[in-house]
Write a protein that binds this ligand. Structure first.
Ligand SMILES: Cc1ncc(C[n+]2csc(CCOP(=O)(O)OP(=O)(O)O)c2C)c(N)n1
Ligand SMILES: [Mg+2]
Length: 448
């Protein structure tokens, strides 16, 4: 029922069971009549964790993917290789990739090395249909072809919905910070519903009145569902970020203010810690998903020109003439591969500070093999120390009940040798006054 769906999002309506994860991760099923066969079908949506693509081998009939996750997570490739094995086949999976050409704040050119996010499907020679998602009839057409392919050949098929994301990744995200030109273009695009409605009306397929009635009918369903989902305890995130520059200059001004008042928050402490290392000639490299802006929009180590594509400024590279370089780079949407790479980097550059940040602390567990096999036992196994530092934000705070709370990285891990960055951040935070401890708990690191 629609009102139950809305209710799931009301903070007041916690269900007694299965409340350990965010509501939109819950599964559901729905029965409806198939108008072609006149038979009842049951559609099931499988509950799935935040860990992108982890659910792929669990489901395997129709899979919905994001473009960055499809290219970045190794499990996608593993799942494709199950597709034709006699005891593991589903006799064909339809993969639908919502290719909005962005992964949170990360551009495709930073997210993969292949031309298309769907190229991973080429390992099993699956047909791949790239379709303009602004053309609903073309989308329906390729979906029908994909369904027919699966029904006829019992093999995997991929639909690449080439589209765009109108808003930010979530309520707190302002895409103009990081993709200003793309989002200026997107603002100018008519929404697909409007575009298609205008086309149908111009063709005389529907009248404007019919269209408006249909919209009103749907709005009514949503409004009634909302009313029935009772009280208004829903959290409204403030829309103070309508335009990015006031937002960003507020952040930068706020930092100046903190310096004058001798207070620091987490982001400023991190800035100072890294900046002081750079001035001492220590190369710092910070890698991970969306680290340039920072997952929580708190870091802003790369500033983007709002009018010129790819023109950016990294203020931390303009501290002093004899400073060491600062590298800050958004990684592909992989933990296993990227942490492995950073470990190798740290191995080859023992005098540099190499930081890898998981987007949320618990995502480190998809790189568990690197941690368990290299980082923790490296000293005991091969007499090799490694200075890599893992940043695991929001990993143990129970932010969303059971979601993201299982960061506990194991005993050996806490003995990781490089504490210079961690100590510096901690000391700077201690130097600061009010408000600093609150910010300190915002990001926890294995070394602290
Ligand atoms: C294994 C894992 N690593 C990191 C994340 C954090 N994360 C959440 S959404 C996201 C970007 C997803 O981009 P994409 O796959 O293109 O999907 P979109 O949000 O654009 O639909 C990231 C990195 C995650 N959820 N799971
Ligand atoms: Mg995407």
């Amino acid at each position: 029922m629609p009102h139950e769906a809305v209710c799931e999002h009301q903070p007041c309506c916690g269900s007694p069971q299965g409340s350990g994860d965010v509501k939109y991760h819950l599964g559901m099923y729905h029965r409806r009549i198939n108008r072609v066969t006149d038979r009842n079908i049951t559609l099931s949506l499988v509950a799935n964790p935040s860990h992108l693509e982890a659910v792929d081998p669990v489901v395997m009939s129709i899979l919905l993917h994001g473009d960055a996750a499809f290219a970045g997570q190794g499990i996608v490739y593993e799942t494709f290789h199950l597709s034709d094995l006699p005891s593991y086949t589903t006799h064909g999976t339809v993969h639908v990739v919502v290719n909005n050409q962005i992964g949170f704040t990360t551009d495709p050119r930073m997210a993969r090395s292949s031309p298309y996010p769907t190229d991973v499907a080429r390992v099993v020679n699956a047909p791949i249909f790239h379709v303009n998602a602004d053309d609903p009839e073309a989308v329906i057409y390729v979906c029908k072809v994909a369904a027919e392919w699966r029904a006829t050949f019992h093999k995997d098929v991929v639909v690449d919905l080439v589209c765009y994301r109108r808003m930010g990744h979530n309520e707190m995200d302002e895409p103009m910070f990081t993709q200003p030109l793309m989002y200026k273009q997107i603002k100018k695009q008519k929404p697909v519903l409007q575009k298609y409605a205008e086309k149908l009306i111009a063709e005389g397929a529907v009248s404007r009145q019919e269209y408006e009635e249909e919209i009103a009918k749907y709005d009514k369903i949503c409004e009634e569902a909302y009313a029935r989902s009772k009280d208004e305890k829903i959290l409204h995130i403030k829309h103070w970020l309508d335009s990015p520059w006031p937002g960003l200059s507020r952040i930068l001004k706020g930092r100046g203010e903190m310096v004058r008042n001798r207070t620091v928050d987490w982001a400023l402490a991190e800035y100072m810690a890294l900046g002081s290392l750079l001035k001492e000639g220590i190369h710092v490299r910070l890698s991970g998903q969306d680290v340039e802006r920072g997952t929580f929009s708190h870091r802003h180590h790369v500033l983007h020109d709002q009018n010129v594509d790819k023109r950016t400024c990294i203020p931390m590279n303009h501290l002093a003439p004899d400073q060491a370089p600062y590298t800050v780079c958004n990684s592909s949407l992989s933990e296993y591969g990227v942490l492995g790479f950073e470990l190798g980097f740290a191995m080859a550059s023992p005098n540099a500070l190499i930081l890898w940040e998981a987007q949320f602390g618990d995502f480190h567990n998809t790189a568990q093999c690197i941690i368990d096999q290299f980082i923790c036992p490296g000293q005991a196994k091969w007499v090799r120390q490694n200075g890599i530092v893992l940043l695991l934000p929001h990993g143990m705070e129970g932010m969303v009940r059971l979601l993201h709370t299982n960061t506990e990285p194991g005993v050996g891990f806490r003995t990781c040798p490089n504490t210079v960055y961690a100590c510096r951040v901690q000391n700077i935070l201690r130097l600061g006054q009010k408000g600093s401890s609150k910010c300190a708990t915002m990001t926890q690191m294995s070394c602290l």
